[in-house]
Write a new protein. Structure first.
Length: 129
């Protein structure tokens, strides 16, 4: 899942230098996103007996949250990796109830690796730009 950046120049004044914005952090707005993930073992028909997991992920412009909507996770722990497609470096990233989370720069954004969490735990990642 990617939170894409979109320029919203109508709401903000800006200066242009050679076709580039002088202060891109002032004119970037993150679009709201909702996505779903379906998981099963990929081999059997156990999903017909309810052995699957359907999760929902929501980006609301300031935080990304994840929760299980149906079924049960396939394991006891889950490692979540989030890729933000943004040229603007986040000022602060924190997992609610856990503190600050480290992130690394990639070619077109940032990679955020959450710590291993109980697979059935709902979580919320707060991101400040």
């Amino acid at each position: 899942m990617h939170a894409e950046t979109v320029a919203d120049a109508a709401e903000h004044s800006h200066e242009e230098h050679g076709g580039r914005f002088a202060h891109p952090a002032q004119i970037i707005k993150m679009a709201d996103v909702e996505a779903f993930l379906y998981e099963d073992d990929g081999r059997s028909t156990d999903y017909l007996e309810g052995r699957f997991c359907r999760s929902r992920f929501v980006w609301d412009g300031k935080s990304l949250s994840g929760e299980i909507l149906a079924g049960a996770p396939l394991g006891t722990l889950r490692k979540i990796v989030v890729i933000f497609r943004s040229m603007i470096k986040p000022a602060h990233i924190a997992l609610e109830g856990s503190g600050t989370i480290a992130f690394e720069r990639q070619e077109c954004g940032f990679r955020i690796s959450l710590p291993e969490l109980p697979a059935d735990l709902a979580w919320k990642l707060n991101v400040a730009f």
